[in-house]
Design a protein around this ligand. Structure first.
Ligand code: F6P
Length: 363
C-alpha cells in the first residue's frame, strides 16, 4: 500500500481544450487508485505566491458532470506567472520564487504536477533546481512545439477548429472568386497551419520555419488560374511568420511576451496588388483555444494524467510525460525545458503537403 500523499496540480501558460480531462485523470488516479489528496492550485504559479495559497482540494464528486467535456481549465491559468522575473504594477520586476517555495511548503505537497508548455517547463526546471520542488510535467499547447512528444494536449482540437474554418472559407471563396487568407496561431512553429492546411485544402501554407516571398505566392496564384483553371484560392498563415523585409507581425508586448497579429492583413494587401485578385483575411485567434476538447485531446489528456500520478507514486520526479509511437512514456525535464520543436522540414506532413502541390512561398 502506497504511503498517503498530498499532491498539487496547476495549469500554466495559455489555456487550451483538454486541460480538464488532464485534471480529472490526475484526481481519479490519485484519489481512487492511491487514496491520496489532490490540491488544485489556482491561476498557475500565482496561486502559490500568496499566503495562504490560493488552492482548493479536488475531489472525485467535482468531476461527476460536464467537466470532462468543458474547454478551459477548472483551476485557471496565467501566462504572466514567471516568479523569477515577475512584473509589478509599477513596471518594476522582482524575484518571487521564495514565495513559491513557501506556498509549496505551506500546502505540505509531496509532489506537483505542472501542466504547461515550453515557457512553464523552463520555470519549473528552475523551481526544482533552486527550490527543491518535486515536479512532474504534462505538455499542453495548441502550438504543439514541445519536443519529444507527438502531441501536446490542445493541439488536435485547435487543428480541428482551424480545419473547419478553412472548410467554411472555401465555400465563400468559391462563390466570390476570391483569395481567402486565414491567420492562425503558432508563434515559433507552424504545426497548426501545416496540418490544417493539408486537411482543409489550402493552396498556400506559410509557417515561421520557411521564409516566403510575395513573388513566389503570386506565381502560385497565377498557376491556380492557368494550370488548375480555378478562380479562388485558400491561404493559411501562422501568426509567427516573418515578412520578406524581416518584419515580424507583433501588435503588443505583454509582460515581456510578444503578441502576434497582422500577417493576414499584410498578405491580403500584397496579394491583391500582386495578382489583381480580390482578397479577404480572417484572424481566427483565441477561437482555436476554446470549446469542447476533441476525442484525441481527451484520451491523451487522460493518459498523461494517469501516467504523471504513477510517476509520483514511484518517486520518479523531474520527468515530462510524452506520447511517442502510440505509447505514453516520459523524458527528463532537463532534456525538454527550453527547447522548441519546429516543423520537420523533411517530415511526413511536409512531404505530403509538397506532394499535393501546396506552396510554401519558397520557390
Ligand atoms: O502559445 C500558445 C498561444 O496560443 C500562441 O499561439 C499565441 O501567440 C499565444 O498563445 C497567445 O497568448 P495570449 O492568450 O496571451 O494572447
Amino acid at each position: 500500500m502506497a504511503q498517503a500523499k498530498r499532491i498539487g496540480i496547476l495549469t500554466s501558460g495559455g489555456d487550451c481544450a483538454g486541460l480538464n480531462a488532464v485534471i480529472r485523470a490526475v484526481v481519479f488516479r490519485a484519489v481512487h487508485s492511491y487514496g491520496w489528496e489532490v490540491i488544485g492550485i489556482k491561476r498557475g504559479t500565482l496561486g502559490l505566491m500568496v499566503s495562504p495559497p490560493d488552492a482548493v482540494p479536488l475531489t472525485l464528486d467535482m468531476f461527476h458532470g460536464e467537466v470532462l467535456r468543458m474547454g478551459g481549465t477548472l483551476i485557471g491559468t496565467t501566462n504572466r506567472g514567471n516568479p523569477f522575473d515577475f512584473a509589478l504594477a509599477d513596471g518594476s520586476r522582482v524575484d518571487r520564487s521564495e514565495e513559491i517555495y513557501a506556498g509549496y511548503r505551506e500546502l505540505g505537497l509531496d509532489g506537483l504536477i505542472v501542466v504547461g508548455g515550453d515557457g512553464s517547463f523552463q520555470i519549473t526546471r528552475r523551481l526544482e533546481q533552486e527550490g527543491g520542488l518535486n515536479v512532474v510535467c504534462i505538455p499542453k499547447t495548441i502550438d504543439n512545439d514541445v519536443p519529444g512528444t507527438e502531441n501536446a494536449v490542445g493541439y488536435i482540437t485547435a487543428v480541428n477548429v482551424t480545419t473547419e474554418a478553412l472548410d467554411r472559407l472555401q465555400t465563400t471563396a468559391a462563390s466570390h472568386s476570391r483569395i481567402m487568407i486565414l491567420e492562425v496561431m503558432g508563434r515559433d512553429a507552424g504545426h497548426i497551419a501545416l496540418a490544417s492546411g493539408v486537411a482543409g485544402g489550402a493552396d498556400i501554407i506559410l509557417i515561421p520555419e520557411i521564409p516566403f516571398t510575395i513573388d513566389s505566392l503570386a506565381r502560385k496564384i497565377e498557376d491556380i488560374d492557368t494550370e488548375w483553371a480555378r478562380d479562388f484560392a485558400l491561404v493559411v498563415a501562422a501568426e509567427g511568420c516573418t515578412a520578406e523585409d524581416g518584419r515580424r507581425f507583433t501588435i503588443a508586448d505583454t509582460d515581456g511576451q510578444a503578441r502576434y497579429g497582422g500577417i493576414g492583413h499584410y498578405l491580403a494587401d500584397r496579394l491583391s496588388t500582386a495578382t489583381g485578385w480580390e482578397t479577404r483575411f480572417t484572424i481566427l485567434g483565441h477561437v482555436q483555444r476554446g470549446g469542447r476538447p476533441s476525442t484525441t485531446d481527451r484520451v491523451i489528456g487522460a493518459a498523461y494524467g494517469v501516467h504523471a500520478v504513477d510517476l509520483i507514486s514511484r518517486g520518479d520526479f523531474s520527468r515530462v510525460v510524452v506520447w511517442q509511437n502510440r505509447q505514453v512514456t516520459d523524458l527528463p525535464l532537463e532534456q525538454v525545458a527550453g527547447v522548441s520543436r519546429n516543423v520537420e522540414i523533411d517530415g511526413p506532413v511536409m512531404r505530403t503537403a509538397r506532394g499535393l502541390g501546396i506552396s510554401f512561398g519558397d520557390d
